[in-house]
Design a protein around this ligand. Structure first.
Ligand code: NAI
Length: 480
């Protein structure tokens, strides 16, 4: 029986390994992590991450050919294939701080593999890493080798949170990069055989190591670029009276462009887009390509601009101050169908409103209060560096409350900001919400989920990103 071990039981390691175990009953899969609470949760009925369909997959294989453990060394030692799916956050200190990927976790995993291994292994980069990381990993593994043969493969993950199980069941493609040597090709074939249990052969792409590593960074940069492109257009739509949904639809109908990922919003979030683009920018700079670096930097600049623009719009519309006004925040996760708040635009929007001393009442169906409090007290990039966590400042604590009900959050509020596109926000009883709010009652829809005309009929002053402004907003000072 082939044995697989995955180091890192996070948003990627957990679901990917659960699906491999489900689709390959003849393979034993162990997912290991240094975090005891995470492994305990994986072994309980309350999994550590919320992902539609995940519970079901885990239930079918856990205890049969899928195991979660903190005994990292044992499972690595026994495995034929070791996936490394640890976090690769942005560096917060030292050389490349604020841009380069922090490979501390990766390097320590690689050193541990070298130390404990007693047999040949295929080591698979599952984490998103800078191009050429495999070279460094190879050096760590081979310099410590006791005659053991390690083959390094790059097998970046393309799943999207919220649809992870669907994406893993039916991936657009599986990408495997390896050395162009006989040993490298054999390792590629071994991993291909795993995926071939359920992925059609023409969806499995094989490349050299550097192409695979770079393709993941490129894919995330292209995806984020589409969002920033449509968000840049949304600002122009508001200035001209065009409607961004109509523009996106018309543009997306061009088969060369396609309709996906063209929704204007308050900005992209999630653990990957920003960090991977910053990393791409850093790699370009290190390779003497400042113009290319500058080009990709703009994707992040527009994202920051969009979040600032939203906050400015809220404040400017409400007589240029939100001080001591209650603002309901509907949605805190970075997108619907996940409880993940890493780099969610809600953090920047809430911090912006808190900067003007708003009182925030926050509701998200999947995010717990302590998570929101942690997020709002953290410095940029610190979320993936647990040691830097600080308690919420007393002032922030006083201004923020978290509720478990949208109606409670909006009661007596001066304004509602919708920051995540949860389906339930489309069907709220907005008449009831309006009646219980202060007047004039404002709705700022950062995800284009509400029916603007209906809400205006009820009496709300509505702002929806990239949509024609109503008379009230037009009379307010220009927002930049
Ligand atoms: P995560 O933070 O949810 O999980 C990483 C896990 O690795 C943590 O539980 C941590 O305790 C563990 N870990 C760190 N060092 C370890 C060590 N030395 N030994 C054992 N366990 C260790 O991160 P996530 O979101 O799963 O991301 C992992 C990688 O996958 C990152 O490089 C990310 O960029 C990439 N990725 C993430 C996607 C996502 O949607 N979250 C999608 C595609 C790629």
């Amino acid at each position: 029986m082939v044995k697989i071990c995955c180091i890192g039981a996070g948003y990627v390691g957990g679901p990917t390994m659960a699906v491999i175990a489900l689709k390959c009953p003849n393979i034993e899969v162990a997912v290991v992590d240094i975090s005891v609470p995470r492994i305990t949760a994986w072994n309980s009925d309350q999994l550590p991450i919320y992902e539609p369909g995940l519970d079901d997959v885990v239930k079918q294989c856990r205890g049969k050919n899928l195991f979660f453990s903190t005994d990292v060394e044992k499972h690595v030692r026994e495995a034929d294939i070791v996936f490394v799916s640890v976090n690769t956050p942005t560096k917060t200190r030292g050389l490349g701080a604020g841009k380069a990927a922090d490979l501390t976790y990766w390097e320590s995993a690689a050193r541990m593999i070298a130390d404990v291994s007693k047999s040949d292994k295929i080591v698979v980069e599952k984490s998103t890493v800078p191009v050429k990381t495999a070279e460094a990993i190879e050096k760590i593994l081979t310099h410590n080798s006791k005659g053991i043969n390690f083959q390094i493969l790059s097998n970046p993950e393309f799943l999207a949170e919220g649809t992870a199980i669907e994406d893993l069941f039916k991936p657009d493609r599986v990408l495997i990069g390896g050395r162009e040597t006989p040993g490298g090709q054999k390792a590629i074939q071994t991993l291909k055989d795993v995926y071939a249990h359920w992925v059609p052969e023409d969806c499995i792409i094989t490349t050299n190591l550097w192409s695979a590593e770079l393709s993941k960074l490129a894919a995330n940069a292209f995806l984020a670029q589409r969002i920033s492109s449509v968000n840049a257009m949304s600002a122009l739509c508001e200035a001209t009276g065009a409607n961004v949904s109509q523009v996106s639809y018309a543009v997306g109908k061009d088969s060369r462009i396609g309709p996906k990922f063209l929704n204007a919003s308050v900005g992209f979030g999630g653990s990957c887009f920003q960090k991977d683009i910053l990393n791409l920018v850093y790699i370009c700079e290190c390779n003497g390509l400042p113009e290319v670096a500058e080009y990709w930097k703009q994707v992040i600049k527009i994202n920051d601009y969009q979040k600032n623009r939203f906050v400015n719009r809220v404040v400017a519309s409400m007589f240029n101050t939100v001080s001591n006004k209650k603002v309901a925040i509907l949605g805190f996760a970075f997108k619907k169908d996940t409880g993940d708040t890493r780099e969610t635009p809600a953090i920047d929007v809430c911090k912006g409103l808190l900067g003007d001393k708003a009182r925030l009442s926050i509701y998200d169906p999947q995010v717990q209060e302590d998570q929101i409090q942690r997020d709002l007290s953290m410095n940029k990039f610190d979320w993936d560096h647990p040691l830097h966590l600080q308690p919420m400042s007393p002032t922030t604590k006083k201004l923020v409350s978290v509720t478990w009900d949208a109606y409670e959050a909006t009661k007596d509020a001066h304004a509602v900001c919708i920051l995540t596109e949860w389906d339930e926000f489309k069907t709220l009883d907005y008449q009831r919400i309006y009646e219980n709010m202060q007047k004039p009652a404002f709705i700022f829809d950062g995800r284009n989920v509400v029916n603007v005309d209906k809400l205006r009929e009820i009496g709300f002053i509505v702002y929806s990103i990239g949509k024609p402004l109503d008379a009230w907003l037009k009379d307010m000072p220009a927002v930049a």
